[in-house]
Design a protein around this ligand. Structure first.
Ligand code: KG4
Ligand code: ZN
Length: 343
């Protein structure tokens, strides 16, 4: 059994976890910063970085104590090295480097997106490569073929906002605060999804790319009109996102022979989205897998698990490995017209 310590601090969650190669999460801790960022309606990088510096060492000590493990018993240290807010990324990576140096254990630098991409395999031992992954988080919205550890083929990305970003912006327009996803999901339960006519950007287009900016503008107009109940706007918005995600994933499935459909990332915590994609998988004759909600939103167990997968393949990193603000999973994917830095 290998035992890996995972460290995560790339956005607004500080996290540490101990995961074994037998898929046991021996201990994990996540501290969010929602209260600190709420007044600004989004993540403020400097506030996030300062909080990570303050919290991470304490979390490392906490998970080691909880599992009754000494640093000497670790097989390796896995730390997120990007992509994300650079001040934050540096905290986990430099902490990981320090621990690796002090203990003479290998360092494994993890791409945060690979953490999300492999997270379903932590919970689902029967999920084999390759699989089609819908990766939906606050910063990314992509369809990828996961061919193996470190081997990804991007089929689609967003040309403007990510799905989670759309939830956060819609929530802000509705005065629901940050983060928007869970707040919209709760309010949508009391609303009528057919009450407000909203666009479904790129629906039916041949390539499975995403776009959410037009949907956000439509929500803005619906809210400004004052003629709709907030719950109806929330339900109609969520349904529009679901329709887009299902349609785009359907197009990608048609282009992929992968036997399984997998959804991961923070937005995969949404029950209505999980259910709609599960139905799509059934209709398409694919196996469906989605991690438990605690593994969808940012956490360190997924980073430690990516470390377990890399450790088994001897994929280690030197202490010179840099922190990266931008780090696509598929370096060869072409830029999509209109896609800023979201690739
Ligand atoms: O993966 P994640 O925790 O962080 C990033 O790597 O971005 O994803 C955060 C995003 C936020 O935009 C948040 O609003 C969204 O995931 N999210 C949700 C839900 N829970 C979190 N979106 C829709 N429904 C949810 N229940
Ligand atoms: Zn994430």
């Amino acid at each position: 059994m290998t035992l890996i310590l995972g460290l995560e601090s790339s956005c607004d969650d500080t996290a540490a976890a101990l995961v074994g190669s037998d898929r046991r999460i021996l201990a994990q801790a996540v501290v969010g910063q929602n209260d600190a960022h709420r007044p600004f309606g989004g993540v403020v990088p400097e506030i996030a970085a300062r909080a990570h510096v303050q919290i991470l060492p304490e979390l490392v000590a906490r998970v080691l104590a909880e599992a009754g493990t000494g640093v000497g018993e670790l097989d390796a240290i896995a730390a997120t090295a990007g992509p994300g807010l650079i001040g934050g990324v540096m905290v986990a990576l430099l902490t990981g480097k320090g621990l690796a140096l002090a203990t003479s254990k290998p360092l494994i630098a993890i791409n945060h997106l690979e953490g999300h991409a492999l997270s379903p395999r932590l919970a689902d031992p029967d999920l084999d490569f390759p699989y089609l992954l819908l990766l939906v988080s606050g910063g990314h919205c992509q369809l990828l073929e996961v061919l193996g550890v470190g081997s990804y083929r991007r089929l689609a990305t967003t040309i403007d906002d990510a799905a989670g970003e759309a939830f956060d912006k819609a929530a802000k327009l509705l005065g629901l605060g940050y983060p928007g996803g869970p707040a919209i999901e709760a309010l949508a339960r009391e609303g009528d999804a057919s009450a407000v006519a909203l666009p479904r950007p790129l629906l039916g287009s041949a390539e499975p790319h995403f776009s959410f900016a037009g949907l956000k503008s439509a929500v803005q107009r619906a809210v400004a009109s004052g003629s709709h109940r907030p719950a109806d706007v929330a339900a109609s918005f969520q349904q529009a996102v679901i329709d887009v995600l299902v349609d785009r994933t359907r197009v990608a499935l048609a282009a992929s022979s992968a036997p399984s459909l997998v959804v991961a990332g923070g937005v995969a915590a949404n029950q209505a989205i999980r259910a709609a994609l599960e139905q799509l998988a059934q209709r398409s004759g694919r196996r469906f897998s989605v991690p438990p909600i605690s593994l969808c939103t940012d956490n360190a167990a997924m980073i430690a698990w990516a470390g377990v997968e890399r450790y088994a393949l001897g994929m280690f990193d030197s202490l010179e490995v840099p922190a990266r603000a931008r780090w696509p999973l598929d370096d060869s994917a072409e830029k999509v017209r209109g896609a800023g830095v979201k690739g």
